[in-house]
Design a binder for this molecule. Structure first.
Ligand SMILES: CC(C)(COP(=O)(O)OP(=O)(O)OC[C@H]1O[C@@H](n2cnc3c(N)ncnc32)[C@H](O)[C@@H]1OP(=O)(O)O)[C@@H](O)C(=O)NCCC(=O)NCCS
Length: 220
């Protein structure tokens, strides 16, 4: 029987988040043929040995050369969502990067372009939206809904029936109690404990989490 050639894939973004994604994609089975990276800043010339081919403007020619899969490896939520839409519009399939060291319930639903890092646990009936990041060691319990392009940072504990809005950012080590809703573009500070619903576009920090701003800013 003829062997199928590995599918050709380009990674969009070459920063720190991309390093983690590259190592996950390299461990994938069947393997990807990672042709390279495109990045707004084409220096350095390679990331973990994968060449930076040039800027995002190279994507149409890569598509024309038969590269048909892409992963948008950008940590910032709004930019990741924007670039994913334009990459998909060029005809690339947005694939998932799921660490073999993550634990996924068979009843969880995963969207497209999702990153799930080592040690993450996705429990029963959780719904993980397109382009979201479930970072290292994050726990997503049963029936949680993670919105499109949200980012659950390393070590978060998201209890059952929580709803997290589009592009929301939950900082490293935060805890969210059962049934809480967090609105779109909200930011939750590192190590916060969220015990009340958090409105869209607000920043909340501390234990228990308190709103400090209605205008999100800073890293997401
Ligand atoms: C919440 C956060 C986004 C706020 O950033 P910011 O808007 O730049 O806020 P500032 O640094 O100006 O701090 C504003 C106030 O909130 C406090 N604060 C900020 N982050 C806090 C946190 N995580 N817990 C408790 N208080 C915090 C600051 O001490 C400051 O208080 P003050 O006004 O009394 O001095 C940021 O501090 C944070 O926690 N980011 C998480 C980063 C992370 O987890 N990255 C993971 C990448 S994988």
């Amino acid at each position: 029987m003829a062997e199928t050639l590995p599918r050709r894939l380009v990674v969009v973004g070459g920063g720190g988040h991309a390093k983690v994604i590259l190592e996950i994609l390299r461990a994938a089975s069947p393997p990807w043929d990672i042709v390279g990276i495109v990045d707004a800043d084409p220096d350095p010339r390679s990331v973990l040995g994968v060449p930076v081919l040039g800027r995002d403007s190279l994507l149409p020619s890569l598509r024309a050369e038969g590269v048909n899969a892409a992963f948008v490896a950008i940590g910032e939520n709004e930019l990741r969502q924007k670039l994913a839409i334009s990459t998909q519009d060029l005809g690339f399939e947005l694939v998932n990067a799921i660490s073999p060291a993550a634990t996924l319930s068979p009843s969880a639903r995963l969207g497209r372009g999702v990153a799930i890092m080592a040690g993450a646990v996705i429990n029963a009936a959780a719904d993980i939206g397109d382009l979201s990041i479930i970072n290292t060691g994050a726990l997503i319990d049963h029936d949680v809904q993670v919105g499109e392009a949200a980012h659950i940072a390393p070590g978060c504990a998201i209890a059952g029936n929580v709803a997290i809005g589009e592009r929301a950012f939950i900082g490293v080590g935060a805890t969210v109690l059962p049934g809480i809703s967090i609105g779109e573009d909200a930011m939750i500070g590192a190590a916060a404990c969220v015990i009340h619903d958090i409105a869209a576009r607000t920043t909340a920090v501390g234990v228990p989490a308190r709103v400090i701003s209605n205008v999100p800013k800073g890293p997401r």
